[in-house]
Design a protein around this ligand. Structure first.
Ligand code: MG
Length: 281
């Protein structure tokens, strides 16, 4: 008797778990809902007028990305980059003091290094707006202080300097430390690595234009130092040339392209893995 009661209770519980029959919510004899008109948005682009999600819109070119440098392994350039230094020779560079003469800096294994008083070196090829990747290392043995310690510089169009400096526990003026647009813009943070360690710069540069002898559109810089944003689409208010302890150069008209140059500031600084991708203005 007790067993049969248990079976009945269990059967009732199972029956309660069954899905209830679907209720019909439709209004009897309701008219079908009107179809919403399709919204189509259009965009005007350099490649034509396209709908949002238009399958006919041209896709960007496929490239092979480079590899990032990691510990002892040097990275490589993307497939569409112009390689200015791949670790082998300085054939893409020349002396800035003596144009047409070989770059008078020292080659090491996979890198080159500044030579005191040899002067700046510059790329033979000239560039306007571009993306630049470059790696550098200040001396492991710390010598000097402030601007006298691991100082070099990367000059876009031979003119606009992104500072290279050993800024690891090295106080100097804020607009002259590593990551600064020299004399103009302080970096957002200081992500400097220790002296002797390889560091990376990724720089997006948009050239200036000039009209009637005056700057018409200013330079814009985005700079990433060691993977960290330090200049966020900054518009350069003037030049980065030193004209006195508390004064900087102004814009001065120049051509559409210029060399990439590297500074001899009298301190030994190493460079490697340098490549450029030209950009539209
Ligand atoms: Mg410098």
């Amino acid at each position: 008797m007790i067993l049969s009661l248990g079976i009945i209770v269990l059967f009732a519980a199972v029956a309660n778990c069954a899905e209830p029959p679907a209720a019909s919510c439709a209004e009897p004899n309701a008219a079908p809902a009107p179809k919403k008109p399709e919204i189509i948005q259009w965009v005007e682009t350099e490649t034509g007028k396209w709908m949002v999600h238009d399958m006919n819109r041209p896709v960007p070119p496929v490239i092979t990305p480079g590899e990032a440098s990691c510990y002892g392994k040097v990275g490589s350039a993307p497939s569409d980059a112009i390689v200015l230094f791949d670790g082998n020779d300085l054939s893409k560079w020349e002396s800035a003091k003596k144009p047409g003469q070989p770059a008078p800096w020292n080659m090491g294994t996979g890198y080159f290094e500044t030579v005191k008083d040899a002067g700046y070196i510059r790329s033979k090829q000239k560039f306007g707006s571009c993306q630049l990747h470059i790696e550098f290392a200040t001396p492991e043995k710390v010598v000097g202080s402030s601007q006298g310690r691991g100082n070099s510089g990367i000059f876009l169009m031979d003119m606009y300097e992104v500072q290279v400096l050993d800024s690891y526990n090295n106080r100097t003026y804020a607009d002259g430390q590593c990551g600064a647009l020299y004399g103009r813009n302080v970096p957002l943070v200081n992500p400097s690595r220790k002296p002797g360690e390889w560091q990376t710069y990724d720089i997006i540069f948009h050239r200036p234009t000039f009209k009637d002898g005056k700057v018409d559109r200013r330079v814009r810089f985005t700079v990433i130092l060691n993977g960290v944003l330090v200049q966020d689409n900054v518009e350069l208010q003037g030049g980065t040339g030193w004209i006195g302890p508390y004064a900087m150069s102004d814009y001065s008209p120049h051509g559409d392209k210029g060399s990439l140059s590297l500074q001899d500031h009298g301190n030994p600084v190493k460079f490697r893995n340098i490549w450029v991708r030209e950009l539209k203005d």
